[in-house]
Structure formats: C-alpha cells, structure tokens
Design a protein around this ligand. Sequence first.
Ligand code: KG4
Ligand code: ZN
Length: 362
Amino acid sequence: MLVLGIETSCDETAAAVVSGRHVLSDVVHSQIELHAEFGGVVPELASRDHLKNAEPVIRAALARAEVGLTDIDAIAVTCRPGLSGALLVGTQLAQALAWSQDKPLVGVDHLVGHLLAVQLEFPGREPSPAVPFPYVGLLASGGHTALYRVDGPLPSDIAELGGTRDDAAGEAYDKVAKLLGLGYPGGPIVDKLAQEGDPDGVELSIPMAQKDSLEFSFSGLKTNVMRWVHEHGKPDNDKNLRDLCAAFQRRVVDTLIGKALVAAERQSIDTIVLGGGVAANSELRLRGVELCRARKVRLVVPPFAACTDNAAMIAYAGAALVQAGGDDRGRLTISPKTILPRLTQKGGGARVSASPRPLRAR
Ligand code: KG4
Ligand code: ZN
C-alpha cells in the first residue's frame, strides 16, 4: 500500500511516500530560520509558512518517489497534537487531495508517529528487521517527554507509563540554550558543546530522582542552570560553558535512560526504542546504548531523519489505521492534545509510580 504522509503540526512542513516499512521519499522543509530570531516557534508565522510550502513539498515527495497522486492508495495527515493553525493547513490540504482522488484519508497522532518511526527503512541505509512489539517507547521531543508501552501500531495499542510534570526534555534544552545566549533550537548546540565538556565539572541536581517514579521534571534542572549563571555569570565560549552544557546533558540523559530502564523492568520488556527530536542527541544515543546493555536491555536508536519531525512516520502510522478500516474523510478534526490518554498531569495531581505488574495496553 502506497501512503502519502503529510506533517505540518509545528515548524516543519513535511511530506513522504511510504510503502510498508520502506520510505520511498521523505521531504522536510524546516522553518528553523524563520523562528530563530524569536527564540521559539511563532504560531502565526508557522501557519503562513506551511501554507506557502505544503504544496511544493508534497509535489517534491511524489516526484522523488517517482509516483503520481493517482498511484497513492491512501493519505495520512497529522491531526494532533500541535499548533491549531499549522495543523489546519495540513489537514485541509489532505482532505482536498483525498476527496479529489477518492482515496481514504486518516488523521494521525504525531506522538504515535514518533513512537513507530523506528520501524521505517530509509533508502541508502542497511536494511534492519522490524522491531517486535511490545517495546518501551521513550519519546523525548520539544513538546513532549513520556514513556509508553507500545503493543502495536494503533493508538489503542499504546499506553503512557509516565510523562513530564513540567518541561519536555527538548524544551529544557531550548530554554537552557536561550539562557546561555546560544541560539535556537538549543538541543543540537548544547549537544555539540557538551561533547567537549566535563560532565562532572559543574554540580547540578538530578531531576526527579525518585527511583520508583516514571514521571519526569526538567524545570528544576533548568532553574539550577539559571542559578549557576546568576552566581558565576554567563560563561563565554570556554571551558566553563562546555562543562555546564556537559553537566546539564549528563543529567538529562541519565534521567531519561534511568527511568526508561525502570519502565522496561516493571513491564518485563527487554527493548527500549527512542523517538522524538531529543533522540538525535549524541550522548543519549551512545551512553544510552551502554547503560541499557549493562542491564541486558536493547536500546534501539532510529536514524536521525526518523527522530526529528518527518512525514514518513505519519504515513507509516496512517497505514495501520487504513488497514484497520479507517477513513476520516468529512469528519477529520484537529486537536492541540494527543489522543493517547495521559497518566501524568502537568503541573499538579497525584504522583504516578511504576506499576509493579505489567500494564496491558487498553
Ligand atoms: O520532535 P521534534 O523535531 O519536534 C517536536 O515534536 O517537538 O523535536 C524538537 C526538539 C527541540 O527541542 C530540539 O532542541 C531537540 O528536539 N533536539 C535535540 C537535539 N536535536 C534536536 N535535543 C538534544 N540534542 C540534540 N542533538
Ligand atoms: Zn515531533
């Protein structure tokens, strides 16, 4: 089945053509430069830019896959979570294409896409076997950070095990970078500096250290960095800056992997899969594999292109919905919230501990 995927939920306009696990084309137009001077995504600018680029990006994806619109069997589009205006551009365009071609259309949850992205086979890369279900999905992006039990490709196969009570991991990277005057998005910049720093050179607290909790909290760590800057002044591009970035990164990586390992153990699952933009982080990928190996758990790290926002993961997740008989033509709605039920409430509410028994997906 040839599926055209469309993704416009935040600051990437993306389209892809996917057949099964095979990515035939994957086109991403990033808006990073557009938003950089504001230090974060400006929703109105994002919508206008999607409007300008969605059509050429879709045309490019079809051309690169060497297929026409009439060859496509189904269309999948991100319908949640994301910026409303941005989501509307993609979903309206997808509806028009689906009606004009008389092909099924499915709305895909962006987080489900990230959790399944590991299954994709990109052209020019060594073929790899599909990752068997169930696995623990560690999703860390700019807007979300949570652990999931993934029993299959449908949203009903996926259950949250715990998430962040405040900032997402990527958001913490972006805020720390802003604080240090390093630019946007912060993740890749802090990552690069951290690689040359000493993670023990600066003392920072361990975020949400309670061993039995599968919840995250990164705002305290960010405040810790802020306090350090107040006390020592803003570090220039010198050893102090690199050490501060390295210490911050070490805390984030150890927290993410440590909690993913607790989740895997409690669920009796021996595979953890990374997803989301922060999964592009060099230390998370390298140190993560080592930390997991020491506990006899396999950490599966998707290629970079599968970690950051793309439409191939949307097409792949959409194919499962189409196979299950889905067709949202005429009733596709958008939402800023994920369809996956949330266990952790942001801000307040009761703490979630890891369940001692394996938790079956609904
Ligand atoms: O998944 P994504 O592309 O968009 C969202 O759905 O949010 O993730 C973007 C986030 C940003 O916060 C960015 O700073 C972070 O991923 N990021 C990284 C790295 N590359 C991107 N964080 C840490 N290290 C990186 N190398
Ligand atoms: Zn994303």
